[in-house]
Design a protein around this ligand. Sequence first.
Ligand SMILES: C=C(NCc1c(COP(=O)(O)O)cnc(C)c1O)C(=O)O
Length: 418
Amino acid sequence: ELSWSSRAATEAEAVAALSCSGHGSAFVDGILVDGKHVCECNACYRGQDCSEFVQGCAADAESGDPLFLEPYWRQHAASSAVVVAGWHRMSYQTDGDYFISIELERHIRRLHSHVGNAITDGRFIVFGAGSTQLINAAVHALSPNSSASSPASVVASVPYYTVYRTQTEFFNSRAYEWKGVTSKMGGEVAANFIEFVTSPNNPDGRLQQPVLQGSSVIYDHAYYWPHFSAVKAPADGDLMLFTISKLTGHAGSRFGWAIVKDEGVYRRMLSYLGINTMGVSRDTHLRSLKLLKAMLAEERGAAGSIFGFAFSTMRERWHKLNKLVSSSDRFSLQQMRPEYCSYFGKIRDPSPAYAWLKCEKEEDRNCHAVLRAGGIISRAGYKFGADNRYARLSLIRSQDDFDLLMQRMGALVTKEKA
Ligand SMILES: C=C(NCc1c(COP(=O)(O)O)cnc(C)c1O)C(=O)O
């Protein structure tokens, strides 16, 4: 018989029962209108129940907001919900050292072993407020710690995830500086280089290796899950980043982790995070643990499991877009091929998180503008250090966003045929 938690459970279920026509959600912490919770509508929908489509609304394919997984968690409401008692973990301290939850770390190791996408034995694990916080913590930890030595040169290969450059430039430290792209690095001594290697890559989905010999490497494996990529072998880098944002879709919970081989680098990352935030929210630890337990309770590779659901959703989206664009002379996509996946134990079709679209016509030098004129919001190529003849389309957003993207792309392709 429930007691103190029943009021919270009743409130959560009442809000969840609000119909937003499948084009929005109501949230327990949402605003109240006349004392009642209201729907927060998806882009391009409005009205009290989000049932009204906004004519002419642009398809939002700009950010990697991973809402494609929301339907999965609605189908798994009971196994993923968590009640947070008013007295839950009020202390700055956690049961583990350095603001790390013992059970959550253990389940992270279990998950990597279950999926087979990373080695964690004999490695250290650090938590971050999203892997976004760990990106700079890693650069800090790999940079020279005395002002005497020259700053580390931070580099990446084009196209690269924007934040590597914007964060490094923003923090403007004496210990490191954004040096640019690996292709421009001549025979310089790579020892003082920090190279970001994103694999699979954002935006083009390629599995990548370091370019510079002898550099310190930060492997960003945000997308190295069966959702988006064949699992070829367990990743074994010296410093690897992961995030639940692209694993469970809970970008809003802000939880990522680093798997670190070297104890000195691990300790410098810990001190960074201790100084920076004194660790990740303990409420987020609780929720993340619940989500990992739910995933680990599922049958490996089953269609109804998160990996089965995520892979089939992303494969379908890529198949649809690739088929449409292959009929076009104006646009082209990155080439992806089926690959053997050790998780599913078979050759699997491509299912990248993003489309790296190229505008092929000579006059279409600004692909982002061409798409915007066609009612599609993309992310321009220059943000990835690439030519503006390229633009990224996010394929991991809500079903509404993807459906509208396909509608707008279809109109652009039809128009070129006219
Ligand atoms: C949201 C987007 N990227 C998230 C991301 C992140 C950030 O993930 P967080 O854990 O949500 O902070 C880290 N690394 C890579 C390669 C990423 O693509 C985006 O590209 O629109």
